[in-house]
Design a binder for this molecule. Structure first.
Ligand code: GTP
Length: 344
């Protein structure tokens, strides 16, 4: 057979048996009578008893096997399914087609088998002897291998898509979780951190600490807020709480934590250089509240707050910090509110 004849036999689509789905399982792997007779006669007969392993995956070989009788188990490993093949089928053909080739599967006998082993020389002989028949056999084998590859690629692509979908839904779950976590630490009305968020923040204080500064706590409580609610209505009261929250936010540095402890009570945990800086912050908040104006409420609405503060000693617990600042706040309330006091 000339090279041109061989190429035509291998490449011509007309010469190919047209498999229904063009996928590997539909392609005939069994040899025709003529192919079997030719290949079996050219090979060396070998009897194999179970559970003998005939070839091992990964080892290099140059022989192909044609099964006359018995069954052979092909194990591809990974996630590829094993395959049981029987009479008139063959395996190891790639070693003949591409020369010294690492086996892609292990093959072992599951029952007594008779095989015909073809090495490179034997194959060259049959190729010369019956080139058209061998070309037909090779063409079918190549088509089968290509279809197997295509199926493998399709499976991998599908698995990849499944993985991407799983990843996507994991990412969404993660986002939802982060959002839910943020929501349970946030006060709905003002958007500030709530008491739960403050406690979470306290657990991480050491990571957040600026070594040049110390912690200070300011407690901010609206004056006569009940009366504001009673005179101007709850909605206006809500607006007042939101406005005070904004002022606290504006008075905070990025490392500080403004929060609403509940009702009309707020806290601002700050990092300051000294008591003077903490006092300045308290005065700023007090003045900002006094300056608040509400265009949609009667002009008579005036908002004032009482601010009590204290520097926080590292060795003390939160309860001590809170009680010190509360003591200062009590002092302001006792003096009629609308002012600030920071413990010396
Ligand atoms: N509008 C509104 N009012 C609230 C909210 N939470 C609590 N309150 C009201 O806030 C008021 C707080 O009243 P008090 O604790 O007596 O405080 P106060 O009237 O400011 O009195 P002093 O602190 O002594 O000046 C109560 O009337 C609560 O009903 C809220 O989310 N929105």
């Amino acid at each position: 057979m000339t090279k041109a004849e061989f190429d035509t036999a291998v490449d011509s689509p007309a010469a190919l048996p047209q498999p229904p789905g063009a996928l590997a399982p539909n392609l005939p792997r069994q040899l025709s009578d003529a192919e079997f007779a030719l290949l079996a006669a050219a090979g060396t007969r070998r009897e194999v008893a179970p559970p003998e392993t005939i070839i091992r995956k990964g080892e290099f070989g140059r022989t192909m096997f044609v099964i006359e009788s018995g069954r052979i188990l092909l194990e591809f490993g990974g996630e590829l399914p094993d395959k049981l093949i029987g009479p008139r089928e063959y395996f190891g053909e790639l070693a003949l087609f591409v020369g010294n080739h690492a086996r892609v599967a292990s093959a072992s006998a599951t029952e007594p088998c008779v095989l015909h082993v073809l090495d490179h020389d034997a194959f060259e002989r049959v190729l010369r002897q019956s080139s058209a028949l061998v070309a037909q056999f090779m063409r079918r084998s190549f088509a089968y291998l290509v279809a197997s590859e295509q199926q493998l690629i399709a499976n991998l692509r599908r698995r990849n898509e499944d993985l991407m979908l799983t990843l996507d839904s994991l990412r969404q779950t993660q986002d939802q979780l982060t959002l839910a976590q943020r929501q349970i630490r946030t006060d709905d009305l003002t958007g500030l951190c709530n008491r739960r968020g403050l406690y979470r923040h306290l657990e991480r204080l050491n990571e957040l600490r600026d070594p040049e500064r110390q912690f200070g706590l300011l407690l901010v409580d609206l004056d006569d807020f009940k009366q504001i609610n009673d005179h101007y209505g709850h909605l206006t009261g809500d607006g007042v709480l939101r406005a005070v929250a904004q002022e606290l936010q504006a008075a905070s540095a990025p490392v500080d934590l403004p929060c609403r402890l509940g009702g009309d009570e707020f806290a601002l945990l700050v990092q300051v250089r000294d008591r003077r800086e903490l006092a300045e912050r308290a005065a700023l908040i007090s003045e900002a509240a006094r300056q608040l104006r509400f265009p949609h409420a009667p002009r008579s609405l005036k908002v004032t707050v009482s601010v009590g503060g204290s520097l926080c000693r590292d060795e003390s617990a939160w309860s001590v910090w809170y009680s010190d600042a509360d003591c200062a706040l009590y002092h302001v309330k006792g003096s009629g509110g609308d002012g600030w006091h920071v413990l010396p």
